[in-house]
Design a protein around this ligand. Structure first.
Ligand SMILES: Cc1cc2nc3c(=O)[nH]c(=O)nc-3n(C[C@H](O)[C@H](O)[C@H](O)COP(=O)(O)OP(=O)(O)OC[C@H]3O[C@@H](n4cnc5c(N)ncnc54)[C@H](O)[C@@H]3O)c2cc1C
Length: 120
């Protein structure tokens, strides 16, 4: 049975962490099938689905870029790589990290990655 990895947050840290589990990051379609066949892990990301590109925030504040330029919908990226996405906010972590609670449900894991920057 595959090990379950839960990742909280869909920001920089989480996406870098995800990268380590992608067999062929450059070719997402191939990676999708490759991960289905060979992956030892089921990966679940819990977040709001919006990746904010912080380095461009100063340009956003000075109106050189608009909101769409600095906010990326991360869900297609995850879907193409066969990574489950749960839209939600984590409100509690229990069982020493093995259970993650959101407003809508509970998610069990074997490994937990917390990528929520200072929010934690
Ligand atoms: C203006 C600005 C410019 C920057 N420029 C650079 C740069 O040029 N180079 C560089 O290396 N770094 C830069 N940084 C720093 C960099 O953005 C941070 O170090 C990095 O974003 C931290 O990554 P993270 O994944 O921990 O947090 P984030 O990228 O902030 O991601 C946190 C994620 O967790 C989610 N989250 C929070 N709470 C919960 C919850 N309870 N449940 C579910 N999800 C939750 C958020 O929605 C978000 O998706 C910059 C930062 C800022 C503010």
């Amino acid at each position: 049975m595959k090990k379950q990895i839960t990742i909280i947050g869909n920001g920089f840290a989480s996406l870098f962490f995800v990268r380590y589990f992608l067999a062929i990051p450059i070719f997402p379609v191939i990676a999708y099938f490759f991960r289905r066949i060979y992956s030892r892990y089921d990966i679940t990301v819990i977040g709001n689905g919006k990746f904010i590109y912080f380095p461009a925030i100063p340009e956003f504040l000075t109106k050189k870029r608009n909101k769409a330029d600095v906010t990326i919908d991360i869900r297609p990226f995850l879907r193409r790589r066969n990574i489950r996405f749960i839209e939600g906010t984590v409100v509690d972590i229990q069982d020493g990290g093995r259970t993650v609670i959101t407003h809508d449900g509970e998610y069990k894991n074997d490994y937990l990655f917390i990528g929520i920057w200072p929010s934690f």
